[in-house]
Design a protein around this ligand. Structure first.
Ligand code: LLP
Length: 461
């Protein structure tokens, strides 16, 4: 077990080990856990997704572009829904949200977690029934809370005493009784294979369980009786590969649930264990099957409830990354290949840190492949970099690419569905790439490419 000091957290998100430890057996191989399910390499050597070849995608939509395999995305929605059975699956919109995505979620029967007024607007525009929306955030504004109350969102996850007060006033004014959950800081911090269960009260989210603030928040909401308290919530981290962290979190939440039942003589009907289910970014990651995780979580909650003589609350989870992350790859074009003598080969693509900040920000590990053709050349160790004016502008730190990789090659980076488009920027005034959904031989733009005109439109004077 390793201490997660402030400041090391981001590095931990990418601590899969150096990707160059992977064997370069076959530089053209597509390892299934890294790629959306319909991706294949055609006889021509070019990658196809949903029956569409990357050259056609490049011709019709340009590069860079995020390519979403729609049937893979839908499968992951269904897989989570089936795995969690009666529990509610709230897709975490912060991973990637767009109107077309919300429409798919509605069709697949998922609910949606939003964390800003902007995400709420997309959710409503996409037709998500308000009662299936959960609203998160540690500093929701009066305008955002008012919009949520007026829309009738199913639950607002309250995060501070200020917010309880603010929401109470808004509810009284509107003559409404919003449903709320209390976000609890359970003292568990989980990332990848590790978790610690003694620290991490020191963060901006939630009400501390150990310090008593969570119980106080519950007492206040029940005493005021303006907001309808539905239950307790916790989110313990990202890229989690097993249930041990959730187990400790669930135990702690249910101990508070037992106290509520004792002190107030009532049981809260819901319990949310948050998101954080891990995915494979490189072949070194071995994410758990959602069915396995769900089975563990449901068992733990049932056991704990039995031990505490509580009825089992209606469970919910909030996966983002695990649903959209693996369903997308980014398609780039190589612009330059520079062999820096004795050091490494830099392969520059036509995007970079503006469309994927995760490598620079978290030291995240990714993989890449030449997507437009196969090659029988031996592998060389390359670094895939972007076009931005910053030497930290790295997309894939270390990857084996064929020795004949050259300008004009198409390059694909898998696993970019989560937190890449949603964290994209206009650094260096580079317009953000489109998102193209591919299914059954058809590619449709679901978020269009930004243009320089879009950027200029914001300038005044
Ligand atoms: N629920 C809550 C309350 C959250 O805060 C989050 C993520 C999720 C659910 C979804 O977690 P997921 O299943 O997607 O791991 N930008 C970082 C990730 C930040 C996650 C913040 N909260 C990254 O690129 O890795």
């Amino acid at each position: 077990m390793r201490a997660h000091e402030a400041g090391t957290l981001h590095a931990d998100l990418g601590s899969n080990g150096p990707s160059w430890l992977r064997t370069p057996d076959d530089v053209n191989a597509l390892v299934p856990i890294l790629w959306p399910k319909t991706v294949t390499r055609a006889a021509s050597g070019a990658i196809e997704v949903g029956g569409v070849d990357v050259h056609r995608l490049k011709e019709e939509h340009g590069t860079p572009a995020y390519i979403l395999d729609e049937s893979d995305f839908r499968d992951r929605c269904r897989n989570f829904r089936n795995a969690f059975g009666g529990a509610e699956v709230y897709y975490a919109g912060k991973a990637f949200i767009a109107t077309a995505v919300v429409k798919i979620l509605v069709e697949e029967g998922l609910s949606l977690d939003v964390c800003s007024g902007g995400e709420l607007a997309v959710a409503l525009r996409g037709g998500m029934p308000p009662e299936r929306i959960g609203f998160h955030g540690n500093n929701k504004s009066v305008e955002e809370l008012t919009a949520a109350v007026e829309a009738g969102v199913g639950r607002i996850i309250v995060d501070s005493f200020d917010e309880i007060e603010r929401l109470t006033q808004i509810a009284l004014k509107a003559g409404r009784r919003p449903r709320v959950m209390v976000r609890v800081t359970v003292g568990v911090e989980a990332h990848t294979h590790e978790f610690i269960a003694t620290a991490h009260e020191d963060q901006k989210f939630g009400f501390s369980l150990a310090g008593g603030a969570a119980a106080e928040a519950v007492d206040k909401i029940l005493a005021d009786d303006v907001l309808e308290l539905r239950g307790l919530h916790s989110h313990i981290g990202s890229q989690i590969f097993d249930a041990s962290g959730f187990e400790v979190a669930a135990r702690r939440l249910l101990s508070l649930q037992a106290r509520v039942s004792e002190v107030h003589g009532r049981e809260l009907p819901e319990l949310d264990l948050g998101g954080g289910f891990g995915i494979a970014y490189t072949t070194q990651d071995q994410p758990a099957d959602p069915h396995e995780l769900a089975g563990d979580l449901l068992r733990i909650v049932k056991q704990e409830c039995a031990a505490l003589h509580l009825s089992v609350p209606h469970l919910s989870v909030e996966p983002g990354r695990a649903i959209v992350g693996p369903a997308v790859f980014t398609l780039y074009e190589v612009g330059t290949v520079k062999d820096v003598d004795g050091i490494r080969t830099f392969v520059s693509v036509d995007g970079g840190m503006s469309d994927n900040i995760r490598t620079a920000l978290y030291d995240a590990a990714y993989s890449a492949t030449v997507a437009g053709r196969a090659s029988s050349e031996p592998p060389i160790l390359a670094r895939v970099v972007g076009k931005h004016c910053e030497s930290g502008d790295i997309v894939v730190k270390d990857e084996f690419l064929p020795a004949d990789v050259k300008a004009g090659d198409l390059l694909a980076v898998p696993g970019t569905g989560a937190y890449c488009r949603s964290m994209a920027s206009n650094y260096n005034h580079v317009p953000r790439p489109p998102v193209v959904a591919v299914a059954d031989g058809t590619a449709r733009v679901i978020v269009r490419r930004e243009t320089v005109d879009d950027l200029l439109r914001l300038d005044v004077g």
